[in-house]
Design a protein around this ligand. Structure first.
Ligand SMILES: [Fe+2]
Ligand SMILES: [Fe+2]
Length: 474
């Protein structure tokens, strides 16, 4: 399964043996490059960046590190190794051999799943394109660019599937991936969170912690797909996604660490004094956390979803770690507790598990999100502070699902419109919060130096020291 880098499009799918597909992808490639130049990282085309490039999909040594100018990055098509005799693990086709071709009757829902996933990949690159201008260090700048090129590769992964398996509609969908743009009023990206701006590095770290983690859960449920090429593509994407979440978790941790150091030095937790000292106070961090978590929860969709049920029954999209779940994997009579609104109280009610597939994935995601908060809180405690970061209630600040039309406080109380209006400056970032955080975003580009508001990382990259010149700006 090693990757052939002598071809124009590096791949491990034997692209040169399929001339028609190769030509179609080679025709899409210049459009992609144009998109990267116009909407990829701003002003960074000439930088030499210490990037990792996939050279094989084997677990050992799949990455190669070296300086690359981003437009020269070898975006390619990598599928995880096929699993001999793989069968479909759930739904109506449970036990049948996994499909190597698209089943005709499932063509359109399968395409929709691939397009929805694919659309998020270039969206995040667009959302993050201005951040390079205000990087807190060269280490962080390099990680930003690493994530950006990998999201670009994830787009390639989905575009490959569209071109290889969906004929003309697939080619049209691949073109449309480069026509929709994040935040574009006329041609927005498909999902809400991917049209939100990522205006500064605090938003970015929370985005990579919360929104890339949604990506992990979506990919993990597509890894279960009965359509084998999709499963194998997503398997390899997951290995890259782990790094994106690492960047988010450690980024927030380093912000907390720096804030706590200053809290101890000044013996205060007064936000005004901390802000004056050039760090992000924890209540401000909490408000941004509330925002990014709640918009990421929306990405899982409706609590009760016939689409989710259909995808599952058809064998197209499973549950998280489907094969480790001990049940019939068909969900014909099982139930699942779902949060709903009863009058003005939120209660959990047993609902058909098949309709609650989205909600179950959201439940798994919430548990996973909490793990990072536990680690952050431990660090705060170690610094002698009794402040605690919390995940807001799942009904807080939702735009999709049963809670979209009600106001719910972070602790899960339905509140009146008046109370919401009064309290929302304590619950979500205000314009003033944004202005303050933006004021901290002064670029730091001397090797090893960090911005005032963030502690250095514990380790450099790939055994290099933190002071390494991870990006050569010229
Ligand atoms: Fe991605
Ligand atoms: Fe990602």
């Amino acid at each position: 399964m090693s990757v052939n880098y002598s071809e124009r499009i590096p791949n491990n799918v034997g692209l040169s043996e399929n001339r028609r597909l190769q030509r179609a992808l080679e025709a899409w490639q210049p459009n992609y490059m144009r998109w990267w130049q116009e909407l990829g990282p701003e002003g960074a085309l000439d930088y030499d960046v210490y990037l990792r490039t996939a050279i094989s999909v084997e677990t050992d040594g799949w990455a190669n590190f070296g300086y690359v100018k981003m437009p020269d990055y070898r975006w390619g098509i990598f599928l995880a190794k096929p699993e001999d005799g793989r069968t479909i693990a759930f739904g109506d086709h449970r036990g049948e051999p996994a499909w190597q071709e698209v089943p005709g009757e499932y063509r359109s829902p399968l395409r929709r799943l691939i397009v929805t996933q694919g659309d998020t990949e270039p969206a995040s690159v667009e959302q993050q394109r201005h951040l390079g201008r205000t990087c807190p260090s060269l280490y962080d700048l390099r990680n930003l660019f690493q994530i950006n090129v990998e999201e670009g590769r994830h787009l390639w992964a989905m575009v490959y599937l569209l071109h290889a398996y969906f004929g003309r509609d697939g080619r049209e969908e691949a073109d449309a991936m480069l026509e929709r743009h994040s935040g574009d009023p006329d041609k927005p990206r498909i999902l809400g969170a991917f049209n939100e701006p990522t205006p500064h590095w605090l938003a970015y770290f929370l985005f990579t912690y919360f929104t890339d983690r949604d990506g992990k859960y979506q990919l993990a449920s597509l890894v279960e797909s009965g359509f084998d090429p999709l499963a194998r593509t997503c398997q390899f994407m997951l290995t890259e996604e782990a790094h994106h979440m690492f960047v988010g978790e450690t980024g927030v941790m380093r912000i907390i660490q720096r804030t706590c150091e200053v809290m101890r030095e000044l013996r205060t937790d007064d936000p005004e004094r901390l802000r004056a000292a050039g760090v992000i106070d924890l209540p401000t961090l909490q408000r941004f956390l509330n925002f990014h978590y709640s918009v990421s929860l929306d990405l899982f969709g409706q609590e009760l979803s016939t689409n989710g049920a259909t995808y599952f029954t058809m064998g197209l999209k499973g549950r998280y770690h489907e094969t480790r779940i001990a049940d019939d994997h068909r969900l014909t009579s099982a139930t699942w507790p779902v949060s709903i609104l009863q009058g003005s109280t939120i209660v959990r009610e047993e609902q058909p598990a098949l309709l609650a597939i989205n909600e179950r994935l959201r439940d798994d995601y919430i548990v996973d999100c909490q793990r990072g908060l536990n680690r952050w809180n431990k660090a705060i405690e170690t610094h002698g502070s009794d402040m605690v970061l919390t995940l807001p209630h799942r009904a807080f600040h939702r735009r999709i699902g049963v809670f979209a039309d009600v106001h719910v406080s972070p602790d899960g109380r339905a509140v009146t419109t008046d109370e919401w209006a009064q309290q929302v400056p304590h619950w979500l970032p205000t314009q003033e919060d944004h202005t303050f955080v933006a004021s901290l975003m002064q670029p730091v580009t001397a090797p090893g130096k960090m911005a005032s508001w963030i502690a250095p990382p514990a380790h450099g990259i790939h055994g290099k020291p933190v002071e390494y010149e991870y990006v050569k700006l010229h």
